[in-house]
Design a protein around this ligand. Sequence first.
Ligand SMILES: Nc1ncnc2c1ncn2[C@@H]1O[C@H](COP(=O)(O)OP(=O)(O)OP(=O)(O)O)[C@@H](O)[C@H]1O
Length: 257
Amino acid sequence: METPLLQVRDLEKRYGSRVGCIGVSFDLWPGEVLAIVGESGSGKTTLLSCISARLEPTAGSVSYAMRDGVTRNLATLTEAERRLLMRTDWGFVHQNPADGLRMRVSAGANVGERLMAVGQRHYGTLRETAQDWLGRVEIAGSRIDDRPTEFSGGMRQRLQIARNLVTHPRLVFMDEPTGGLDVSVQARVLDLLRGLVADLGLSVIIVTHDLAVARLLSQRMIVMKEGRVVEEGLTDRVLDDPHHPYTQLLVASIPES
Ligand SMILES: Nc1ncnc2c1ncn2[C@@H]1O[C@H](COP(=O)(O)OP(=O)(O)OP(=O)(O)O)[C@@H](O)[C@H]1O
């Protein structure tokens, strides 16, 4: 029987007396794209940080099915195991590309660096793979020696995506991946992400306040309000037939297109 890739149980994060998120439980299945939506301050980023082992929860657990098939509670990983997971089996696409790229090294080195983390050392192979990945994210190969500082916002975001996917991670976390881009650029990046996620069979957890992004990318979504999950279900069902009054309000506030 298939096991979930990620199991979140009664997760809670408090900042002093303030609640970041509370009582959150869900499973993520291999190959599934799950969107976490909710208004500003609802706890999306807190939840994403806890499940990606970047923030220690106050209570509850997150378990992950490692490549060797053993499911481990993230809290029991050593620091070295956690870092290896982050550099190889997981990806993290930040809203601001500068948070996920090294801005002072070339585009090629940004992609190659992640490959070196999985043991690739041969310069020719590193460069060839980097070149291939730049192509996959629609960056001209002639830009391989340019630094991200010389790239447009959309190019930077596409480079960040290449850097994350080059190691063929099984799980990618995304925090508002198109949030900082011009509307005209967003569509292209979203389209690219959708294609890559499908081609690579990635599992994804994506935080967004944009329901159109959730509709386009995710199969399932959870809706957060004041740190709690108020609704969960298949994306089309939640958006077409929202049950919770808060979700109804969110859906009703989408501008007609
Ligand atoms: N470092 C922190 N210290 C104290 N309180 C925090 C901290 N980070 C978040 N919070 C609080 O936790 C709650 C959830 O915040 P969080 O950033 O997770 O929401 P969000 O849904 O991601 O919002 P946004 O869409 O604006 O990023 C808020 O009440 C926020 O003020």
